[in-house]
Unconditional design. Structure first.
Length: 314
């Protein structure tokens, strides 16, 4: 008798391993998808593992999984397996205050870097600062947060503890998607995902960085609530720039005060900084950067200076 199968939903044209849990299995038991026999590994009287090739399911369908125990046992009960065209579009609902347990597997959504991810859907009804924690003892956790259109708002590799991941972000009312992911490709394993409220977003976390793109100019204001740098006590706003290829960028920060710019990579290494290369006391960085994610610090040359500014990337 079958009590459960894992996974229960899979993507078309993708190989995966199907775990069947139940009772009364034998060494000659064979797992079947519909009428097709699958290569089956006998693990125990309560567990079988079947190998499914990429050509087994090439169209979206719902099929039945049974176990044939041979002449001595006959066929088992049937459970359903859903085969979908895009498993990345199927999201589990999660709410603030909830912790869910999950597992990355080869049947999950596969991202462009060949890592696996489980999507979760989060609805925010009022402006809230949320803290999202992804923890795993088996893989290097990675989090991605997108808006309802799929635009990446922020991503994070290593949070405050070990290889676990954390995002702290103020979110306006709306629907968001969280991807429980791994830093490395082709990595699987168990995890927990928790969403809680945070008193305030830490402005020094890269997860608080505001996205900025080539050709974009943004307005900002340095205040005492911004990230305070330990080196000199000055304040800075952080921006996140993603480059798809090697690019020579010009970053300008203009204000009535003496501006200062610095750029660092995901390894926390400063790759460029400038004080007065722009007009007057404005900062300007011209640098050739390889493909990747960079963080820009909009800063001042003096420690206790605040005010409005513009920052542009071209």
């Amino acid at each position: 008798m079958i009590t459960s199968v894992d996974p229960t939903t899979v993507n078309i044209s993708r190989p995966f391993q199907l775990t069947v849990i139940g009772t009364g299995f034998r060494s000659n038991s064979v797992v079947k998808a519909g009428t097709a026999q699958l290569p089956t590994q006998f693990v125990s009287e309560t567990e079988l593992r079947a190998t499914v090739t990429a050509t087994q399911f090439t169209t979206a369908t719902t099929t039945t999984i049974t176990v044939d125990n041979g002449n001595s046992g006959g066929p088992s009960n049937a459970v359903t397996l859903d085969v979908v065209a895009n498993i990345c579009a199927i999201a589990t609902t999660i709410a603030i205050g909830q912790t869910l347990a999950g597992s990355l597997s080869t049947a999950d959504c596969r991202l462009d870097d060949n890592s696996f991810a489980d999507p979760f859907r989060l609805r925010i009804t009022a402006q809230t600062t949320v803290q999202i924690d992804l923890q795993s003892t088996t893989f290097d956790a990675y989090l991605v947060l997108t808006d309802s259109a799929g635009t990446t708002l922020v991503e994070n590799d290593n949070g405050p503890t070990g290889n676990n991941s954390r995002i702290v972000r103020q979110l306006a009312p709306g629907v968001y998607f969280i991807y429980a992911n791994s830093f490395n490709a082709n990595t699987t394993g168990a995890y927990t995902l928790a969403v809680t409220t945070a008193a305030t977003a830490d402005p020094c976390l890269i997860s608080s960085a505001v996205p900025i793109a080539l050709g974009q100019t943004l307005n900002g204001t340095l205040t005492t609530t911004d990230c305070r740098l330990p080196e000199d006590g000055s304040y800075a706003d952080l921006y996140r720039l993603v480059l798809s290829g090697t690019t020579t960028v010009t970053i300008d920060m203009a204000a009535s005060f003496d501006t200062y710019l610095f750029v660092f990579n995901t390894a926390n290494q400063v790759v460029a900084e400038d004080d007065d290369s722009g007009d007057g006391t404005n900062a300007r960085i011209v640098a050739t950067l390889t493909a990747g994610t960079y963080y820009i610090g909009a800063n001042t040359a003096l420690s206790s200076v605040f005010g409005n500014y513009t920052i542009s990337v071209r």
